[in-house]
Design a protein around this ligand. Sequence first.
Ligand SMILES: *Cc1c(COP(=O)(O)O)cnc(C)c1O
Length: 398
Amino acid sequence: MVKVRSDKQIPIVDLPSSKTEKKFKAKLNRKISVMRPLLPKADRIHKYLEEIDNTRWYTNFGPLVMRFEQELADLFNVSTSSLITLSSGTAAIYTVLRALNIEQGSFCIVPSWTFVATAAAPITVGLKPYFVDVEEDSWTLDPASVKQSLKYIPGKIGAVIVVAPFGRPVNVREWDQFTKETGIAVVIDAAAAFDSVLKFENARLGNTPVIVSMHATKTFGMGEGAFVISQDKQLMHHVRQLSNYGFTASREIFLPGLNSKLSEYAAAVGLAALEEWEEKRQNWQNVTSYYLEAFKATGCDKIISHRLSSDWVNSTCNIRIPEGYNPNNIIEQLSQFGIEARRWWTGCHRMKAYENCSRFALPITEKLCDSVIAIPFSVDMTKDEVEYIVEKLHSLFN
Ligand SMILES: *Cc1c(COP(=O)(O)O)cnc(C)c1O
């Protein structure tokens, strides 16, 4: 644990009320939620549900799932054989890991700086997570440092899971190269990268599988759902089979399979969400620019660093608070202003479930765990709300 200096902890004080605060006094009966997902309304989904009533085809690669995959493949500019939908990001990671047929009991290198599900997936398929540290600037694994660290891991290394932190692009080409040189399979957990995946170097052309979640809390929400992109034809063939109990065309199974398909009902929501995607993306961009403008106008961006980009949209707004401040105090003080904040990631290695997993020293992860918090970010936030949040946030560091 990084020691937090107590002298910098800020007492909770009544700040003089400003114009924006007055505007919000009335509204402040309700907290501004850290996240408020918004998915297609029932009337937009209805026509697809009627199709299901007509075809009586409810799951097992029905017409809606196939159409949804075709439309996603068009959006991401890949052939349909390079994109497969699955029931969740977590299910996608373990389906892909099983399809890679990695020796049971071998290590799977994972960053601890990720969502808890990343480390659960290898355990589900009989691999042992080995936590490694991320880089300070990118918040992700660096292929050269991972390669250097391999010799210090006592045992067979079966795979590496690379995480695109909060959707930030990673270089797939470098990880393709890593696999070529080391023979170790790599899976990219790009769960939060629906919009940025097109900015990944080689995402469309690489063999390393890239997994994107469509959970309600991600930018493109459909409830539950995910897809994997890879040019490795054989891998994709096995992913498809394993997502359906492992059945081959002759109903033989070569590996114990899973059931991680999308149903036709899920695809109905997905198709309705795709119809709205351009508009929704624009709304995400608007909220992003409200924040970028407010950070700049208040000078907040000189005190905290943030993870928003005008090049792609994200469904979370993570900020890094300056050293010496306690994130829990900041969260508590924001809450006094009616602003909900939280830490999305608190370090897998600190979780009970993973306390016995092997790991290297994780100094950067420790630092990130104690300095990164998320402030409210929703697709339909107003400029006023954002300005209020940033003004209050800024007041905590003065
Ligand atoms: C959201 C997320 C997941 C889990 O995806 P689900 O679709 O919710 O299972 C895994 N990894 C990361 C990095 C995530 O952000």
